[in-house]
Ligand binder design. Structure first.
Ligand SMILES: NC(=O)c1ccc[n+]([C@@H]2O[C@H](COP(=O)([O-])OP(=O)(O)OC[C@H]3O[C@@H](n4cnc5c(N)ncnc54)[C@H](OP(=O)(O)O)[C@@H]3O)[C@@H](O)[C@H]2O)c1
Length: 286
């Protein structure tokens, strides 16, 4: 699919990965409808995209609320153009031991990453281009590899991956294509200071949001969508985990004392409310 002139509905556009996707696709000529909650951030990104051939617009909407979903429905009705690609990128994370996680924080992770994303997808489906509409779900490496300290987040991304797979099979006799994209750790504010420090201690790699955005454009220009996992050795560990989970249990057990130490130091808050140091050196798979 050539991105030029295509209409993209992008949630999480005010986040690190979302903004990078918006820049990448707007530069390729797409009309990106930027969905987020922060009006200031939406306005800033919109202003900055004026340098490209950007013909999109910003839409302030909380996807976890009925009002937010209605705002999106009304905007798409008024647009009178089909949506070529829906990119579900909005998400929150939660780091900490389960016993320390606040119930409200657990509910928010599941509600935002799973329920709200499913309801939004359902809401947008009638607006998808009937001949070549596409839906991308931004999941995580943690959607196929359970990781201590992220149990609720992992649960949400496993659920999202299952939803994407089931919907792809449900729509198999239609031209709509669906893919699940799993970034590894990426340098954005979703990672709290404790997570950044954990990542450092474990010595893992971290991607720049632009790397994720480039991978997404590379995927979208293909005729046939496929699920992708970003990063090596993450791809290897995901395969190993699918075949020999007990082996991965053993490998991860040796990291448990470090994970527990940083998890205990974590405020157990929802990711997007915690400022990150923005460190780029190293990080955990996500
Ligand atoms: N960064 C990583 O290490 C990493 C790794 C793997 C996967 N991911 C996934 O990548 C996606 C983007 O994450 P990111 O790293 O870019 O995080 P981020 O910078 O914290 O951005 C999160 C985005 O989600 C939006 N959002 C959250 N709740 C929302 C709601 N109820 N309604 C509307 N928008 C909402 C935020 O909007 P506002 O700020 O405007 O509220 C923001 O645009 C997430 O799904 C995340 O799970 C991230």
């Amino acid at each position: 699919m050539n991105m030029n002139g295509k209409t993209i509905l992008l949630t999480g556009a005010t986040g690190g990965i979302g903004e990078a996707i918006a820049r990448q696709l707007a530069s390729a000529g797409a009309r990106v409808i930027l969905v987020g909650r922060s009006l200031n951030e939406l306005r800033r990104i919109e202003r900055e995209l004026q340098h490209t051939a950007h013909k999109g617009f910003a839409l302030q909407a909380d996807i976890a609320s009925a009002e937010g979903l209605e705002t999106i429905r009304v905007a798409l009705t008024a647009l009178q153009l089909p949506v070529d690609v829906l990119i579900n990128c909005a998400g929150v994370s939660l780091f900490g031991l389960l016993e320390d996680n606040e119930p409200a924080a657990i509910e928010k992770v599941i509600n935002t990453n799973v329920t709200a994303t499913i309801l939004l997808t359902r809401q947008v489906m009638p607006f998808l281009h009937k001949e070549h509409g596409r839906i991308l779900f931004i999941g995580s490496s943690f959607g196929a590899l359970g990781f201590a300290g992220f149990s609720a987040y992992c649960a949400s991304k496993f659920a999202l991956r299952g939803f994407a797979e089931a919907l792809r099979r449900e729509l198999a006799n239609t031209p709509i294509q669906i893919a699940y994209v799993a970034p590894r750790a990426t340098d954005t504010r979703i990672n709290s200071d404790a997570v950044v420090a954990l990542n450092d201690a474990l010595g893992n790699s971290v991607d720049d949001p632009a790397t994720v955005a480039e991978a997404i454009e590379d995927l979208l220009v293909q005729n046939k969508l496929r699920d992708i996992n970003l990063g090596w050795p993450e791809r290897f560990f995901l395969r190993l985990n699918a075949i020999f989970p007990r082996l991965v249990d053993k490998g991860l057990q040796s990291k448990l004392p470090i994970i527990r130490r940083f998890a205990r130091s974590s405020s157990n808050s929802i990711s997007s409310t915690i400022p990150s140091t923005g460190k780029t050196a190293a990080s955990t798979t996500r």
